[in-house]
Design a protein around this ligand. Structure first.
Ligand SMILES: O=C(O)COP(=O)(O)O
Ligand SMILES: [Mg+2]
Length: 221
């Protein structure tokens, strides 16, 4: 096991960019929302840099990019609503697990550590995606960006999970791909581990100074 797992009783995983590459389906749902406004599809490469703060911020970034400035609130709400409908129709058509994820989750769960999922994605999409990629049974708790009053980088969802299972934050580990995961983990008093292959607004996640970085989650076990 990775040294950061020594004494760790609870491991919180981020979803997008950490466990699954979800950008193909996210980009496919952003495109029709922009098309309604006569705007061109941004493509997967751009969408990658906009994921990480939940779906409303994703659409806000997409509209700001296409319009060259902040969108009017009513426009944003309409585009976000359209995105939610389209994404809900096919949240896992092309979304795939990253290599090493199954290899890590199976022994980690067997080791008796509590596994939880903390994403900024709306909660409604979590279960369908986890089921589709076959990892839903590993998680004792799943929190989305709209499950609690505040989301990552706020520590609230991580502290909520630690408290729920009565584990001291110092015995918890946050695993994620972005600066929001590392910031939330540090603020909660968790250990932090990052993967470099996900979505971090085009910046190396090392800049957030996680306790460790692994190229693949398989290195955890
Ligand atoms: O929906 C998002 O913006 C990102 O979700 P994540 O927290 O799982 O990376
Ligand atoms: Mg992420």
């Amino acid at each position: 096991m990775h040294p950061l797992l020594d004494g760790t009783r609870l491991v919180a995983f981020d979803l997008d960019g950490t466990l699954v590459d979800s950008v193909p389906d996210l980009a496919a749902a952003v495109a029709p929302a922009l098309d309604d406004l006569g705007l061109p599809p941004p493509g997967e490469v751009r969408v990658r840099d906009w994921v990480g703060n939940g779906s409303r911020v994703l659409m806000e970034r997409a509209l700001a990019d296409a319009l060259g400035g902040a969108p009017e609130p009513a426009r944003l709400e309409a585009a976000h609503a359209r995105f939610l409908v389209r994404y809900g129709e096919a949240p896992c058509a092309r979304t795939r697990l990253y290599p090493g994820v199954s290899e890590a989750l199976e022994p980690l769960a067997r080791s008796g550590r509590r596994l939880v999922l903390v994403t900024n994605k709306p909660e409604a999409f979590i279960a369908p995606i986890l089921r589709a990629v076959g990892i839903d049974h590993y998680f004792a708790l799943c929190l989305g960006g709209d499950s609690l009053p505040r989301r990552k980088p706020d520590p609230l969802p991580l502290l909520h999970a630690a408290e729920r299972f009565d584990v001291a934050p110092s015995r918890c580990l946050m695993v994620g791909d972005s600066r929001h995961d590392v910031a939330a983990g540090k603020a909660a008093g968790f250990r932090t581990l990052a993967v470099p292959y996900g979505y971090n607004h085009g910046e190396p996640v090392a800049a957030s100074r996680p306790d460790a970085i692994v190229e693949s989650l398989a290195e955890l076990v």
